[in-house]
Design a protein around this ligand. Structure first.
Ligand SMILES: Cc1ncc(C[n+]2csc(CCOP(=O)(O)OP(=O)(O)O)c2C)c(N)n1
Ligand SMILES: [Mg+2]
Length: 552
């Protein structure tokens, strides 16, 4: 039940504000420094979702935020710090999550008691410990401590508006004896909102028009910031008006529908489908929009278009030709691009289009399944209802060629934190209950965080997990093979037995996999875990290329 206006405590003020911004769930693990906050969540419209660890709760919140625009996770002090991997990933991949942490009470600090979970047992009486906040300073864009009823409201609004504007995590710490204190001066002042003024950017767009009017074969290489900042409409308005093909990066996969007539594939240098690579590399002008250009996105820097990148725009920099454009944020840049006037549309043909249309998979009865056939079969059944999420490993590289609708692919292709996939699938299924989430996960990653299937069970979430069992850390093998790349073989499909629910299947032939996958797609209400046993050295073509490129 929502607290009345007069009785609004610091804790409820935070929850009300999150709820007003559209948040419906908070992931977390309880602990004595945060229990009073957990209790408030339990009594609020926002639902508390127990994870099985702080870090995988962070992954759930991350995937949730990528679909809904805001995620949150609530942890206890000190030991909850294991969440740093997930928060770092959300930071570098621009996923707006709010980390709420309990903390010792101000009264406890005042009398200098030695308290469990603290980093520095020798802190001075009356001095609040900063250790944890300092750690989060590195991976969040704002950090606030709600220790004062007079400032709490404004600090909450400041932190949440930065989280939403910058699409990055923020850290909110609440001493446990402050959670229920009523805020004393609810501020009437509105938080500063990012306003998109007229940035006097006419010059920048004149330069772009001049460059484009002189070229014949421009290509747009679109990255994940297009999705994060909600500017796909502007991108399409521009591309459609002038008939400019769009390729995405791996991180930016599905920033537009992959069935859109202007979509020309996922470009990742020498890791791309050959036809896509050839098509992109014949361009005479590349527009990189919302793309970081990391090693993974560029196929370990094999993307052969350095001279053609004439326009590069993302939140951290805008470069037109040789000019750095200052003070023009990414959103107004994209709005300006959508209104750009050029002499005439381009006359592109799409040679690459033929090659990456849907594969006509037909299962050969009794044929041992391979990695490429697994992906072909998945691709055959994908519709607009599906969201695909992958972990790091060959599941990611193999998924690049799946054909998906807009905003239907989630990965951790930059920070690449192993173990994201299963919790991510659970968080995504919660965020988009009417759609069906398909998580594609390697066996190594699965062993990191598979217990989050218990959370799926507890909250009746029904993602389909396809477990690619190649008996270890396959991605590492071509780089430098050793016994350290082998892992313990589990009876994966038996897992639902000890969890007490869900459906586990082991499929070793093409027809068995197709039948298990189509059954899973047709049945809702329970998670499905489909194990696909593969040969140890059954790599995707893209990984084979990466292996030979990255060999020491
Ligand atoms: C937290 C973390 N630890 C280690 C790594 C290094 N790493 C990248 S891929 C990989 C192997 C993944 O194995 P699996 O999930 O089975 O996928 P496969 O490589 O076999 O396709 C490892 C250990 C990482 N990315 N993240
Ligand atoms: Mg593996």
């Amino acid at each position: 039940m929502k607290a009345s206006e007069e009785a609004r405590s610091i804790g409820n003020t935070l929850l009300d504000s999150l709820y007003a911004k559209g948040l419906k769930h908070i992931f977390g693990i309880p602990g004595d420094y945060v229990l009073s906050m957990d209790k408030l969540i339990e009594q609020h419209q926002i639902q508390y979702i127990n994870g099985t660890s702080e870090n995988s709760s962070g992954y759930m919140a991350d995937a949730y935020a990528r679909l809904t625009g805001l995620g949150a996770v609530c942890i206890t002090y000190g030991v909850g710090i294991s969440i740093v991997n997930a928060v770092s990933q959300a930071y570098v991949e621009s996923s707006p999550i709010v980390v709420i942490s309990g903390a010792p009470g101000m009264g406890e600090y005042a009398n200098g008691q030695k308290l469990h979970h603290l980093f520095n047992s020798r802190h001075l009486p009356g001095v609040r410990e900063h250790f944890q906040l300092d750690i989060f300073r590195k991976m969040t864009v704002d950090q606030v401590v709600l220790d004062d009823p007079a400032t709490a409201h404004d600090l909450i609004e400041r932190a949440l508006s930065r989280c939403l504007a910058e699409k990055k995590p923020v850290y909110i710490e609440i001493p446990r004896d402050r959670v229920l204190l009523p805020i004393s001066h609810p501020s009437k002042a509105k938080p500063k909102v990012h306003e998109h003024k007229d940035y006097k950017s006419a010059n920048c767009f004149q330069m772009i028009a001049k460059i484009l009017n002189q070229c014949e074969r421009p290509v747009i290489w679109a990255g994940h910031e297009i999705q994060r900042y909600g500017v796909a409409k502007e991108l399409l308005a521009f591309a459609e008006k002038y008939h400019i093909p769009i390729v995405s990066s791996l991180m930016g996969k599905t920033v537009i529908s992959e069935r859109h007539p202007l979509f020309a594939g996922v470009y990742q240098g020498a890791m791309s489908l050959p036809s896509v690579q050839e098509f992109v590399e014949q361009c005479d002008c590349m527009l990189q929009l919302g793309l970081l250009g990391t090693d993974v996105e560029t196929g370990i820097f094999t993307a052969n278009i350095q001279h053609e990148i004439k326009i590069r725009a993302l939140t951290e920099e805008i470069i037109i030709g040789k000019h750095h454009i200052d003070k023009l944020p990414f959103i107004p840049f994209m709005q300006g691009l959508a209104k750009l006037e050029l002499n005439s549309p381009f006359k592109h043909s799409f040679p690459a289009k033929k090659d990456f249309k849907k594969q006509n998979f037909t299962a050969k009865k009794g044929n041992k399944i391979s990695l490429s056939k697994t992906f072909e079969c998945i691709d055959k059944y994908l519709t607009a209802d599906h969201i695909v999420i992958t972990d790091i490993g060959d599941c990611l590289f193999g998924a690049a060629d799946l054909t998906l609708e807009q905003d239907s692919f989630i990965s951790c292709a930059y920070f690449a934190s192993l173990g994201f996939g299963v919790p991510g699938a659970v968080g995504a299924q919660l965020a988009a209950p009417s759609r069906r989430v398909i998580g594609i996960i390697g066996d190594g990653a699965f062993q990191f965080t598979c217990l989050e299937l218990s959370t799926a069970l507890r909250y009746q979430l029904d993602p389909i997990i396809i477990l690619l069992n190649n008996h270890g850390y396959g991605t590492e093998r071509p780089l430098l093979e050793g016994k350290y790349n082998d892992i313990q073989e589990w009876n994966y499909s038996e897992m639902p037995k000890f969890l007490g629910g869900g459906i586990g299947l082991r499929t070793s032939t093409e027809d068995e996999f197709e039948s298990a996958f189509t059954q899973a797609l047709s049945r809702r209400g329970q998670f499905h875990l489909i194990e696909v046993p593969l040969d140890k050295f059954d790599f995707s073509p893209a990984l084979k290329r990466l292996g030979s490129l990255a060999k020491h």
